[in-house]
Design a protein around this ligand. Structure first.
Ligand code: ZN
Length: 312
């Protein structure tokens, strides 16, 4: 089971308590899954097609709360792979029924317009429910162990812009993108994805997401530290290589006997122990020198060598 599936399962089980939120969520669910057809016998038929049984049950329950009787059936469809879809059918037998549907989504020329019914979204509780319904049918979220990614496939520029504004009211900024002719809104910032999960009420998924996010950020910190230590080590090695070359050139020029007494012991140690840190060479000196003491003496030795080599 994918993480996206876990989120959808969790969201499918949530039935809003308030009447206003029920309508808002149902509106999003129908907007993203339903089509309408003229029917002989009844006035119209509203048919919602969804991929999850739990979502179908939710649509059924929410329709019932609006006194709209529907029936659910499963159908096997073969597209790229064998998939099951669930169809929620609602015959609309009179003008009254049509008015109910019209208060949720906009019907024009026997089709549902891809348009947000703003009247249902004046309250924050309803906007949350609406986004929940939207995610159930059009949402995808990547597992938190991977790249952070949440998207809503919308396929209509005006609809996408409206949803973008609704998200912004929760301080969630989503970007508009396109993939294989699909228009979508996507979020890449982990904090914003967490905000989205909180807004739609996916508490268990939110907890799992946060846990993984914490582990990942700790791991990143450790990596950064290791990288930093590796960089320091590289610097130390570079310095040792430079010092050794300089000393060898100096010896080639003046011979060991030409090197001033105060530097000779350190110069020899440097050549004999090329892999050791300066501080370690310091402890081998007689008398021993501290880390800063040996660094100072090495700097002086390098300055002396540079001067000698330039004046030759
Ligand atoms: Zn509400």
């Amino acid at each position: 089971m994918s993480f996206a599936n876990d989120v959808r399962n969790e969201l499918a089980r949530i039935i809003p308590e308030k009447e206003c939120c029920k309508k808002a969520e149902l509106s999003a669910l129908l907007l993203t899954s339903a089509r309408i057809s003229r029917q002989t016998g009844s006035l119209y038929n509203l048919e919602a097609v969804v991929e999850k049984a739990a979502t179908a049950r939710k649509i059924f329950k929410l329709l019932k709360s609006q006194e709209l009787q529907s029936s659910v059936r499963m159908e096997k469809r073969r597209r790229f792979t064998k998939t099951r879809v669930y169809l929620v059918n609602t015959p609309i037998e009179n003008e009254q029924g049509l008015a109910k549907i019209n208060s949720l989504v906009f019907i024009e020329d026997a089709r549902i317009k891809p348009q947000v019914n703003q009247e249902l979204l004046s309250k924050a509780c309803c906007r949350k429910a609406f986004l929940r319904g939207l995610f159930l049918n059009r949402g995808f979220i990547n597992r938190p162990e991977g790249e952070y990614h949440l998207e809503l496939v919308l396929n209509d520029a005006k609809l996408a812009a409206d949803i973008q504004r609704i998200l912004l009211r929760f301080k969630i900024s989503a970007r508009l993108g396109e993939r294989k002719n699909h228009l979508l809104l996507y979020i890449k910032e982990s904090e914003k994805i967490v905000d989205f999960l909180r807004v739609v009420g996916a508490s268990s998924a939110l907890l799992e997401f946060e846990n993984v996010r914490i582990i990942k950020s700790m791991r990143n910190n450790v990596n950064r530290q290791v990288n930093c230590e590796t960089a320091n080590l590289a610097k130390t090695i570079d310095a040792a290589v430079r010092q050794i070359e300089l000393i060898k050139k100096l010896v080639a020029l003046d011979g060991w006997e030409g090197i001033p007494d105060k530097y000779i012991e350190l110069a020899q140690l440097r050549i004999d122990f090329p892999d050791n840190a300066l501080s370690e060479l310091g402890t081998m000196l007689d008398p021993p020198l501290s880390k800063s003491g040996v660094a100072y003496r090495m700097r002086k030795l390098e300055e002396y060598a540079d001067k000698r080599l330039q004046s030759k």
